[in-house]
Structures are given as C-alpha cells and as structure tokens.
Design a binder for this molecule. Structure first.
Ligand SMILES: C[S@@+](CC[C@H](N)C(=O)[O-])C[C@H]1O[C@@H](n2cnc3c(N)ncnc32)[C@H](O)[C@@H]1O
Length: 399
C-alpha cells in the first residue's frame, strides 16, 4: 500500500525528524561504501537496528497507544496468563527456564512471571534475549519495579544458549527479522535492493548470485511471466533452526502474523507483505522516515516449521491466536474474574475481542509450536483447529 503523500501521516517533531535524517545519512553512507547498492535485508537491518539510530535501537516510544503499534501483551495481561497456563504444563513436567525473545516493553515477561508464580510453576530462570540496548533498559526497569524480590531470576543474554530446557516464546519477533526481497520482472527473478537517488532511497533489482536465496526464490514464486514481488526470510529460518537445535527438552512457541506457504506465495499476493507501522497507521513504504517507523514482513510459517524439524524438533501445532488462547483456557481465566462470563459474551468485551476477534488479532495472528522430549498433548493445541502448513495437507488439494 504505497503512501499517497507524507502529509497523509502525522508529521514528526523537529527532533524526531532530525533523528530520522541522521539515520538516513548513515544508511546512505553504508550504501556508498558497500557498492552503491544494498540488499533490502541490509536496509531493513540498518533502519531497525543500526546502533543508537535504528527504530528498535534508539529511544522512540514504540509500543502502546502513544507509540506506533500495539501488540497482544500490551492489550491485556490475559494474553500472558494464557501462555502461563501453557508454560506451566511444560515446566511442571520438565522443569527448566523460560526464554523470551524480543521482550519489547517487558510487560509480557512481568505478567507471565506473575502468573507462573501464582500457579506455583516458577521457572529456574527467566532468560530475555533482546537485541536493542534501549529496550533492555526499559525491560529491566519495569521488571525491577514489578518483581523486586525475584529480579535475580531474570537474566538478559546476548546470544542464544547452547542448550535450552523449558519454554521458548517469541511474540512478534520473526516479522522484524530482516528479510530478502525477490522480484520477477520481465520474466527474470532478481533481488530487490536499495540505492540512493536525488529523490531519496529507491528500489533497484540486481542479479541473484547462485545460492540458497536464488534457489528459494525460484521455488516460491508462482509460475508465470507476470511481475511478482515477495520475501524470503533465511535469517528468520536460521533463528528458528538454531533454537530447535538447542532445545534439549521443552516447547517453543512463535506467535506472529503470517501464512503457510501456499497462502503466502499465492499468485494474487504479487506485491509482497512488507508493512510499515507509524503512529497506528500502516502502509507499504519502507523509505518513509527511517528510524521513526517499524518495518515488518509476514512470516512464512511453513518455512519456519521445516526449520524447526531440521533442528530435530517435532511440530506440535499451527493454529490461530484465537484457537490457541481459547485452548489454553482464556474463557476460564475470564470467568474466574466474572462467573457469568461465557465465550460469546467474552468476544464482546473489548480487550478479549481484540485478542481473539476474527477481524482483530484472532485470525491474522498464528501460533506455531514445536517440541522435543515432551510427548503429552500440548495444552494450547489440544482443542485447537490445526491449520494446514502444506497444500497437500488440505483435503482435496495437491501441491
Ligand atoms: C515488534 S516487537 C515485539 C515486542 C514484544 N514481544 C511484544 O509482543 O510486545 C519486536 C521485538 O523483537 C526484538 N528483536 C528483533 N530481532 C530480534 C532477535 N533476532 N532476537 C531477539 N530479539 C529481537 C526487538 O528489539 C523487539 O523487542
């Protein structure tokens, strides 16, 4: 969805604009020193994570009503409470830690830990892997305030542990892992990258060298001659594969917006899924005010599931956020607060509606779960409808 004009979005403050200009200059210098062209994945990496300047690396408010977007943990503590019921099942059976990737404001960690404590299933440690130094500090401050007596259990780590036992959770992390853009134009598949022009940043395609990206681009782009732009996220797959390999025993859950491959690489989805968030509006221009907006792409859950299996894990479920939360016991949690609450009434309450409503986050967001060394039915998928990850898993269809 291209921007009609910059004035369609709220203007930034002079300080924010100056910050964005500094990041734009930093990116332009990187482009100049890296051969006057960088892959889109490199642009996304710089725009989001350039030290001190990128969207996630600098101090702008991102989450919540005053930020650019709102995530499920920010909507209601019920989200974390459902994950606590799920995590409790695993921690009770296997012991171990909770590892959260990309904890954002820290509110999910604080709520999850509170519920785990109430349930009597406190993890050995609550590990937080956060790439943004600014967000780490915010998480630390919030958790110190909410859990002063247990602060020593919270451990911020710089890289994935070699061995993981327990529960791994990543909400809205894979969608901000820099992705490659591949583009078929005039019948030829190339990689889309970024150049500097007099008018600012612009897309330009370059030949794809032989390798995994070229192979994958050829495999996912639907047959035909028409123009088709899409994403392949080898870095997100590598992250999932590493976690799956490191998981000795436990469950990993990835929650995000995305599709299985047959929906993602549908012939009609020919413009890709890159989506930018700025002050609760979304659009498709990643060059708009770099550093002041989030840049995301949907997740190809089939690719993530394959990566998990390559890491030796077993796929335990792929379903919608709504099914997962309900299967964990969302209705029970709400009715514990209000015994007259039923599932149909639940959908009407605004926070719950935002979490499970089909036109809100309930169906757009999916949960992918994989495990190792745990063979009981997994709570969140137990009574959930499982979605197909491959076309041949759909009755009556073949790939
Ligand atoms: C969209 S925010 C989601 C925050 C939080 N999970 C929530 O739901 O509110 C993405 C988070 O992932 C972090 N992040 C991005 N890439 C990461 C990576 N490779 N490992 C760990 N964290 C990452 C970002 O810094 C940010 O905290």
């Amino acid at each position: 969805m291209p921007l009609s004009s910059e004035t369609a979005l709220p203007p930034p403050s002079p300080e924010a604009l100056a910050h964005s200009n500094r990041l734009a200059e930093h990116i332009a210098n990187a482009i100049a020193s890296e051969g006057d062209w960088i892959p889109f994945s490199r642009y996304m990496e710089l725009a989001l994570y350039a030290p001190g300047l990128g969207y996630y690396a600098a101090g702008a408010r991102k989450f919540g009503e005053e930020g650019d977007f709102i995530t499920s943990p920010e909507i209601s503590p019920l989200f974390a409470r459902c994950f606590a019921l799920q995590s409790g099942q695993i921690l009770k059976a296997l012991g171990g830690d909770v590892l959260e990737l990309g904890p954002g404001s820290g509110v999910f960690a604080a709520d999850l830990f509170e519920a785990l404590k109430e349930q009597g299933t406190v993890p050995g440690r609550y590990l937080l892997l956060e790439v943004s130094p600014d967000l780490r500090e915010r998480q630390r401050a919030l958790i110190a305030k909410r859990h002063p007596a247990d602060i020593d259990r919270f451990v911020w780590i710089d890289e994935l542990p070699k061995k993981i036992r327990g529960v791994v959770i990543a909400n809205e992390v894979l969608d901000v892992v820099p992705c490659s853009l591949v583009h078929r134009a005039n019948g030829v598949i190339q990689e889309s990258g970024v150049i500097v022009t007099e008018a600012g940043f612009a897309f330009e395609d370059q030949a794809l060298p032989d390798g995994e990206l070229a192979r994958r681009a050829a495999a996912v782009i639907p047959p035909g001659e028409y123009d088709y732009l899409t994403e392949v996220n080898l870095a997100a797959e590598a992250l999932v594969r590493t976690i799956a390999t490191s998981l000795e025993a436990g469950l990993a859950l990835f929650i995000d917006y995305g599709y299985s491959e047959h929906e993602y690489y549908h012939p009609q989805r020919s413009m890709g899924t890159v989506r930018c968030h700025y002050r609760h509006r979304f659009h498709g221009d990643p060059f708009f005010l770099p550093g002041l907006q989030d840049i995301t792409a949907h997740v190809d859950f089939s690719a993530m599931a394959r990566a998990a299996e390559q890491g030796g894990c077993e796929l335990v479920g792929y379903t919608t956020q709504a099914y997962f939360l309900i299967s964990c016991g969302l209705a029970v949690l709400v009715s514990a607060g209000d015994p007259t609450m039923t599932l149909s009434k639940l959908k009407g309450t605004s926070q719950v509606h935002r979490l499970i409503g089909p036109s809100e986050m309930g169906e757009l967001f999916k949960v992918l779960g994989f495990s190792k060394g745990f063979d009981q039915p997994v709570l969140g998928f137990q009574s959930a409808r499982h979605l197909p990850l491959t076309r041949d898993a759909i009755p009556g269809e073949e790939s």
